[in-house]
Design a protein around this ligand. Sequence first.
Ligand code: ATP
Ligand code: MG
Length: 376
Amino acid sequence: MHDNPPRASRILIVDDTPANIDVLDQMLEAEGHQISVAASGEAALDLAPKIAPDLILLDIMMPGIDGFETCRRLTADPATKDIPVLFITAKSDAEDVVKGFSLGAVDYIAKPFREQEVLTRVRFHLQRKHLIEEMKDKNRKLTEVNDLKNKFLGMASHDLKNPITSIRGYARILLDQGGKLPEETRTEFLEAIHEISGHMLELLGDLLNISMIESGHLNLCLKNDSLAALVEERLRVHRFLAEKKNIVLHASLAKLPPFAFDASRIGQAIDNLLSNAIKFSPPDKNIHIALEDADGHAKFSVRDEGPGLSEEDQGKLFGPFQKLANRPTGDEPSHGLGLAITKKMVEAHHGRLSVESAPGAGSTFSFEIPMQSETP
Ligand SMILES: Nc1ncnc2c1ncn2[C@@H]1O[C@H](COP(=O)(O)OP(=O)(O)OP(=O)(O)O)[C@@H](O)[C@H]1O
Ligand SMILES: [Mg+2]
């Protein structure tokens, strides 16, 4: 429980008697609150949705629509229904009190009031509102995490089921007809099993990464190293994959001074940007890779001549499980996890991942991480 409600809450006083307003105004302002005033029910109904007060002090007997009707309308309007309404009135027969509560008021203060009583009740209701908002916020976050977990399970079961089915299929054929199959075919099947299970391992690795990131357990192993050497090493692997699609990789790598980074995590980021450029480009295209010093940051970028991305897809790119309009051009696996992981890996190094793209104009993905010899 919080001891204090948030300071500077906004309170709307609704009363037609200036003397009452003055007393309440001074008292509540001295507590650090911001006060707005409405001299009638109509004015309150007009003002409340605009200023969204944290609490309303409402008189009952006013010319025009009275406090009861004002309260009824405030609690019926979605824009104002969560604002606590406290009646503060000379009309305090048991019947009136009951009517007030039945219309949605949260409390009732009789006039003439005692200053301390008003302040205590106001404090209590502000605190209560604050706690309710906190709870709603936590609930929203829990719902988000739960949705993510459901997506996670849905995707894992879907994307793992297909490869397992293929592996079982190959194994069945090898068991049933292994002896009769030509050596070549047997090797082909075993290679398929090996490759498919490799993809499954990669996917499981990515799922573990995502769950580790989401639960906040991403630990970096920082070592002074050459980023250019790491990029060179990763390029060797991807050149081989690019050749299958007749895609040419052009690299221009500055020799940056060694600095502290986690080679395995940044290697994953490099791998994903390179594999995406190759995966989503049609055959016979070029990919330009650059490493440069951008104002004390190591900037790694990958520019492709692929399909490019719409503004809408660019907005979704970095969330987990985002398979977007562009699909792989060579039947490569796609789980929509790589960029979400890349973003977290880069951010863990206090860096930034960004994209520049337009439909039909290719894409450039880049990340920048600060070069510093000390632990980031
Ligand atoms: N260079 C690119 N050109 C065009 N579209 C891209 C490019 N990179 C990513 N995308 C789009 O963004 C989506 C998300 O990319 P991300 O790397 O997160 O997942 P993925 O490559 O589909 O799967 P994974 O990386 O998990 O194997 C892709 O499915 C694709 O639609
Ligand atoms: Mg990817």
